[in-house]
Design a protein around this ligand. Structure first.
Ligand code: CO8
Length: 268
């Protein structure tokens, strides 16, 4: 029987660690839709840092506690009508989260139990493997252009590394959100399973990844990902400045305002 150790809960993350397998499950629980606010991103970064330092944790599964949504992506309110200083701080935390997750030495699996647009998609493609609930209502993709904004180069690079250049070219220009079977077809997710089987499937898949000697898997992961990580690491300040300038533009603020209105209207 699996032995559960330190099941810890912070406000927006519930972490379950199984000592017998060395696998942690990170449940995202920021209602209503796990949008990635500055606070939430900071909490994710701190959690990733702690897990990376804990040598007994070899694998990480990320999933959502919110019904029908994995993560709605970056919190649009953090990018709307705020100060340049706030935009800079927010963007730094988005970079930090991605650098930590894409570069982490643990084996990582996204157990995608709901919709997964934009920053939610980034969170999942930063993992080593993606398992999605087989539900045509769930969608995943980098839909930034639909908001009138542009996915940064490192979102694009991560996407190219996942689904190739041609698929990325279409996905990003069209801001396409793929349903689960379309996502499987282009390799944006690796496996579809019945919704009630997502965590079981993730645990089974993780066992296969952890059957490989850690040092060999980690060096291989680093060899594959380092050039992509280094590109952002050496351009962090420029990338922050670019984001601040871009998001501060009146035309971009207007597009975000219209998109937020659309989100609210869609509800009523
Ligand atoms: N940020 C902030 N608030 C959000 C977000 C978000 N990303 N998504 C949803 N909300 C809010 C809604 O406005 C709504 O608020 P309220 O209750 O006050 O009206 C509440 O959350 C619940 O949302 P829904 O009723 O829409 O929930 P559903 O379960 O019906 O749908 C979805 C869930 C499918 C996730 C839907 O909410 C949705 O499509 N959300 C928008 C997703 C999106 O487009 N995200 C893109 C964010 S941008 C990003 O991640 C990358 C930006 C890169 C910037 C680069 C610039 C250079």
């Amino acid at each position: 029987m699996a032995m559960q150790r330190n099941s810890s809960t912070s406000s927006k993350i519930k972490l379950d660690f199984d000592q017998s397998t060395g696998v942690s499950v990170m449940h995202l629980q920021s209602p209503p839709v796990n949008s990635l606010s500055l606070d939430f991103l900071t909490e994710i970064c701190i959690t990733l840092e702690k897990l990376e330092m804990d040598k007994s944790c070899r694998g990480l599964i990320i999933t959502s506690k919110q019904p029908k949504v994995f993560s709605a992506g970056l919190d649009i309110m953090e990018m709307y009508r705020k100060s340049p200083e706030h935009y800079a701080e927010f963007w730094k935390s988005v970079q930090e989260m991605w650098l930590k997750l894409y570069g982490c030495s643990m084996a990582t699996i996204a157990a995608i139990n709901g919709s997964c647009p934009a920053g939610g998609c980034l969170l999942s493609i930063a993992c080593d493997y993606r398992i999605m609930g087989d539900n045509p209502r769930y969608s995943i993709g980098l839909n930034e252009t639909l908001l009138g904004i542009v996915a940064p180069f490192w979102f694009k690079d991560n996407m190219v590394n996942t689904v190739g250049h041609r698929n990325t070219e279409m996905a990003l220009q069209l801001g396409k959100l793929y349903n689960s079977s379309e996502a499987l077809k282009i390799g944006l997710v690796d496996q579809l399973v019945a919704e009630d089987q997502i965590l079981t499937a993730a645990t089974e898949t993780m066992a296969k990844w952890l059957a490989i000697p850690d040092h060999a898997r980690q060096l291989t992961k680093s060899m594959m990902r380092k050039p992509t990580l280094d590109k952002l690491i050496s351009n962090r300040e420029d990338d922050i400045q670019h984001f601040v300038n871009f998001i501060s533009k009146d035309s971009i603020q207007k597009s975000l305002g219209i998109y937020l209105e659309m989100l609210k209207k869609r509800k009523s």
